[in-house]
Design a protein around this ligand. Structure first.
Ligand code: URA
Ligand code: SF4
Length: 191
């Protein structure tokens, strides 16, 4: 299967220096026929330990948000820009994004989602540039909740930048904003 081939490559990848400090690469997981894909930034402590995306505190927030619009985690596909954890959760470097993003590109071309939710600045910046929306990129505080439409090679695509769920872990106001923005996903037929 196409997705398994990509996964094998990720599991043995040494294309950037992050392989030296990772415990496990985090390929991403979910339904490869999903209509909705979530793209985060990079694995954190728990993800690096387990190899699963969004399994720590930010993941709990993501699960609650999905629950608020009646979507199950196994109905979507969850991935990240970087597949290996940056030490101390520092920001991704450009060269790491350049080295790793072909894996995400391949995941997108296999899954062919109709909606991509970008979690945080790095995901929004990368996905918007990839789909010809470079001149619309702004900080996530301005972009969040907007829906950008793009005619991709595999059909109509909605690109939705959102705040990163980690921002809501200790911030109820942010959680409320995310809940509001997630409502755009509540009609699954559109997604
Ligand atoms: N934050 C991310 O961006 N991705 C994860 O998988 C976990 C936390
Ligand atoms: Fe390879 Fe990506 Fe991990 Fe870098 S972050 S080693 S490019 S899988």
């Amino acid at each position: 299967m196409e997705i398994e081939k990509i996964k094998d490559k990720v599991l043995s990848c040494r294309k950037c220096e992050l392989w030296k400090t990772r415990t496990n690469p985090v390929f991403g997981e979910g339904d490869i026929n999903a209509k909705i894909m979530f793209v985060g930034e990079a694995p954190g402590y728990n993800e690096d330990k387990t190899g699963h995306p969004f399994c720590g505190k930010a993941g709990k927030v993501l699960d609650r948000l999905l629950g608020s619009v009646n979507i199950k985690r196994n109905e979507v596909f969850i991935s990240n820009i970087l597949k290996c954890r940056p030490p101390n959760n520092r920001n991704p470097k450009d060269e790491e994004i350049n080295a790793c993003s072909p894996f995400l590109d391949k995941q997108i071309s296999v899954i062919k989602p109709s909606t991509i939710c970008c979690l945080g600045n790095f995901a929004a910046g990368y996905i918007m540039k990839k789909f010809g929306l470079k001149n619309r990129v702004q900080g996530i505080s301005r972009l969040h909740g907007q829906v950008f439409l793009h005619n991709s090679l595999f059909g109509k695509l909605r690109i939705i930048p959102l705040y990163h769920p980690a921002a809501a872990v200790y911030n109820p106001n942010m959680l409320e904003v995310l809940r509001e923005d997630f409502k755009v996903l509540s009609d699954k037929k559109q997604g």
